[in-house]
Ligand binder design. Sequence first.
Ligand SMILES: Nc1ncnc2c1ncn2[C@@H]1O[C@H](COP(=O)(O)OP(=O)(O)O)[C@@H](O)[C@H]1O
Ligand SMILES: [Mg+2]
Length: 223
Amino acid sequence: MELKAEKITREFIRPGGKTNRFFAVKETDLTLASGKLTVLMGRSGSGKTTLLNMLSGLLMPSTGKITADGRDLYAMPDKELSKFRNVHMGVIPQGQTAIHSLNVTENILLPFGLYGDKPDEARAKELMERLDIAELASARPAELSGGELRRVAIARALVRRPEVIFADEPTGDLDDENTAAVFTFLKECAREGAAVLVVTHENEAVNYADEVLRMNAGTLEQG
Ligand SMILES: Nc1ncnc2c1ncn2[C@@H]1O[C@H](COP(=O)(O)OP(=O)(O)O)[C@@H](O)[C@H]1O
Ligand SMILES: [Mg+2]
């Protein structure tokens, strides 16, 4: 899939500020292509998450257009966009999203349950093995370490084999070894045909990138 952003911006209102309207993302063009891993770096507060949320169908741009293989994302009715995101996009969020009443396997299979689709248990098992959490299949999130929870979130995002993968600082709570494993894994997803966008502070991510972008106070720059 080709995900294309054309002249998108996002304006927010900052309560109580001197000038209370500001652009978290200034006019930006960006294309995420199948088979390519794009790394997005930049200081905290520079607009990376805002950009990722717009691209992943969670936040409507103030101006501009985002298309997925030519289809205008934000022209879809809400329900259709939700379903589209569920089927075609995998998001590894910045924070923790495990549901504590479900075990690890159930958490990973959650994206199938939302629309009553048949859960692909073999895919969940394969991902758990790849991410080295297979022995935790029946464990509850409360029993897991931060790094293990992170890997559950990754497995959940990828369980439907999404064509576009977004990861927002996916290795923030991981040690060096697990960080390398996650980048290797995301790179493999790209090699298998996904379009991958990773927001990260890890300099070593550059070694896995087909393209490196930098966000600087709302402006997207090369390298
Ligand atoms: N919902 C919101 N309302 C108002 N301001 C926001 C909102 N979300 C983000 N911002 C502001 O937009 C700027 C960019 O935030 P963000 O995209 O989260 O940056 P990053 O991910 O690069 O750290 C920050 O100044 C942040 O405070
Ligand atoms: Mg962020």
